[in-house]
Design a protein around this ligand. Structure first.
Ligand code: SAM
Ligand code: SF4
Length: 345
């Protein structure tokens, strides 16, 4: 009798607090939501020069994106990161931020951006309830910045960083992809920049997503262990014990509050503790960055505009597809045909 009342309580608890738990016991609490595949930059490691973007009707509307967010939060997701493409080129993005930020149960709403629109949007985004911002920056040299982004202007991004600080965003983090022979001589410059401007930084190893022609990925690969070593010689790094809930491993410098992180999909696989899934701009649920396993959320969204249950069923049915880990090989043809702007980095 005691047992049956225990099971009844557990069953009732689960029915009123359903959670997204995958086949390896990992609970999904973090979703990266791509709001567009479009972008005003064409970063050499992310896109080809002549990208073809999705037709507008294939992209989820802002209302549909909100609905996905609302349902995920009702299933225990506590952190949403908006990404893309460039999320800030999506019209009315501030509306979506305001709607998502007001969801009960969502603890953090964050954004990854190239920073080009922040001078204009940082303040409205802060007022709409955005919690934190990551800004991608791979070079502090105007010409090189232009080369790496193909279309970007460094001064606009620097103004964007300043606008974000003035708007009151704390713990702004830069994301830098380091490519050997392209910007590996700027590792220390980037660290000095974050130290001077009270920012954090995460160095990201390049991932083989999509076929690019501009460089051979195996030749530009530099492991984060090498990046860390070159910083450690100037600024000794001490590992931070607490986890941020993301894939980065963070370090302190003893004379600065800025933190240095490393996202190392090649050299230190972070899958064991993966609590994340991604939703692409066209409503594909991606269970893993490094695999094609996915489920279509657009059909239940559009076929059942007034009933969330089919969407919830699709989410639960997709969970067993989440693989235990990814495997990247830079010398093989890319296994993943989608570009990072499709995946939502
Ligand atoms: N446009 C925004 C930006 O650049 O921050 C958000 C989307 S972008 C795809 C997200 C992050 O993915 C950026 O920090 C970018 O540097 C990174 N990224 C893009 N392609 C990558 C690749 N092939 N390997 C590793 N990181 C990549
Ligand atoms: Fe655009 Fe971001 Fe990809 Fe660069 S990394 S092309 S900014 S989506």
């Amino acid at each position: 009798k005691q047992y049956s009342s225990y099971y009844l309580q557990a069953y009732t608890f689960f029915m009123s607090n359903p959670a997204l738990i995958d086949g390896f016991g990992r609970q999904i609490t973090y979703v990266r939501l791509s709001v567009t595949d479009r972008c005003d930059f064409r970063c050499v490691y992310c896109m080809s020069e002549d990208m073809v973007f999705l037709p507008r009707q294939q992209i989820l509307s802002l209302e549909e994106l909100y609905r996905v967010g609302r349902v995920l939060v009702s299933l225990g997701v506590s952190k949403i990161r908006l990404t893309g493409g460039e999320p800030l080129v999506r019209q009315n993005i501030v509306w979506l931020v305001e709607k998502l930020a007001s969801l009960q149960g969502l603890k953090e709403l964050t954004l990854t951006t190239n920073g080009s629109q922040l001078a204009r949007l940082a303040k409205p985004l802060k007022e709409a309830g955005l919690s934190r911002i990551n800004i991608s920056l791979d070079s502090l040299q105007e010409d090189r910045f232009r080369d790496m982004t193909r279309t970007g202007k460094l001064s606009e991004v620097l103004e964007g960083i300043e606008a974000a600080q003035q708007a009151g965003f704390q713990h702004i983090k830069l994301n830098s992809v380091i490519l050997k022979g392209k910007n590996d001589d700027e590792i220390l410059d980037l660290v000095n920049f974050i130290r001077q401007n009270q920012l954090d930084i995460a160095f990201i190893e390049e991932m083989p997503l999509g076929v690019i022609t501009e460089h051979q990925r195996a030749e530009t690969y530099i492991s984060n262990d090498q990046v860390r070593h070159s910083i450690d010689q100037f600024y000794p790094l001490t590992a931070v014990s607490e986890s941020t809930g993301g894939p980065a491993r963070y370090y302190h410098m003893n004379d600065s509050n800025s933190r240095v992180g490393f996202i190392s999909p090649h050299s230190h696989n972070f899958c064991g503790s993966c609590n994340r899934v991604r939703v692409t701009a066209e409503g594909r649920l991606l269970l893993c960055l490094g695999n094609e396993h996915s489920a279509d959320l657009k059909a239940p969204l559009r076929d059942f505009p007034n009933d969330d249950q089919p969407l919830i069923d699709t989410l639960f049915n997709a969970l067993p597809l989440k693989p235990e880990k990814h495997h990247f090989d830079l010398n093989d043809e890319p296994q993943i045909v989608r570009f990072m702007n499709m995946t939502g980095g």
